[in-house]
Design a protein. Structure first.
Length: 293
């Protein structure tokens, strides 16, 4: 009997591992929306690595239900700059990010990278050049080191350590008895939303993409966590073309340009102080979110 028990027990373990891996995949796809249905053109080229200029050129877009959700969005992110998109829920912020990642093609207009439409590039090379820091990061049931190294399979211990440092995780990791080898996920240490996002930033640092999409978490973070995220984002965005989908306006203060999207249209754009002085929609959003004095 015992001879049977051991292999069955092992099979149970393997089954749980496989189930977990599938659950992670399912969550990952939900997170990244639907899998691509777009086919590369035969003459498509590889997008060269490095920061690129991104232009949303008169973008109109409808999902499969045919209702247009973006109505002629015009938005340029010069190489290495950061543009933040703000606006109420359903305005179309995430849709812009999905189009840049080419999960869908616009119904009219084109997204251009270095002047060429996305369709000129192989999707694999486009996605290899875009780092996504999602709202809700999927962690594998493994060590912190493994979860960071996911950004670059085969990364050395030094590279992982350096990425953790740049993502402002070093202080947090130092306090853990097993440091980078601490188990996280469902069967390990539970991390806060802010800590998980910084792991995603560390992954992105290892991936070293020229472009970055940062989807800010909607859940409120404590002020220490929020500051750590902001500092990590500032560092990682410095030399990259960055699109920030912002929910809390504290994230956007330093952006090169802030774009206010309402019902799929840009209604205001500029830097934080100019938009505040304008006294329009941005100022209204800011006053709604401003912490009480
Ligand atoms: P939030 O701040 O709540 O994340 P958002 O500004 O990112 O909102 P989007 O998610 O881009 O808004 O949605 C824009 C519009 O597109 C909304 O009206 C939404 O209902 C619709 N939409 C989003 N995803 C789909 C989809 N897969 N199919 C059909 N409509 C969708």
């Amino acid at each position: 009997m015992i001879q049977l028990f051991v292999p069955l027990n092992f099979l149970g373990f393997v089954y749980r591992e496989i189930k977990q891996a599938l659950a992670n995949m399912a969550r990952m796809f939900a997170l990244l929306d639907e899998p691509a249905r777009i086919v590369d053109k035969p003459q498509a080229q590889d997008l060269p690595a490095g920061p690129a200029t991104v232009l949303f050129d008169n973008i109109h877009f409808a999902y499969r239900d045919g209702r247009e959700v973006l109505h002629g969005v015009e938005l340029s992110i010069p190489a290495g700059h950061t543009v933040a998109v703000v606006g109420s829920s359903g305005a179309g912020k995430s849709t812009l990010a999905r189009l840049l990642f080419r999960f869908y093609d616009p119904t009219h207009g084109a997204i251009r990278i270095n002047g060429e439409p996305l369709s000129a590039y192989r999707q694999q090379s486009l996605r290899a050049n875009i780092g996504v820091v999602p709202q809700d990061t999927v962690l594998f049931n493994d060590t912190i080191a493994y979860n960071i190294a996911y950004g670059k399979p085969g990364a050395s211990a030094e590279e992982i350590q350096q990425a953790a440092k740049l993502a402002h995780l070093a202080g947090f990791i130092e306090q853990l008895p097993d440091g980078l080898n601490t188990q996280v996920g469902e069967r390990g240490l539970k991390l806060s939303g802010g800590e998980k996002q910084r792991i995603a930033i560390a992954r992105t640092i290892l991936k070293n993409p020229g472009m970055l999409i940062f989807d800010e978490a909607t859940a409120s973070l404590d002020s220490v966590s929020e500051r750590a995220i902001l500092n990590a984002l500032k560092d990682v965005a410095q030399s990259r073309t960055t699109l920030v989908i912002a929910h809390r306006l504290s994230t956007v203060i330093d952006a090169d340009e802030i774009v206010v999207l309402e019902d799929g249209r840009i209604v205001e754009r500029g830097r934080h102080s100019a938009l505040l002085a304008l006294g329009g929609r941005y100022a209204e959003l800011w006053n709604l979110q401003k912490p009480a004095d």
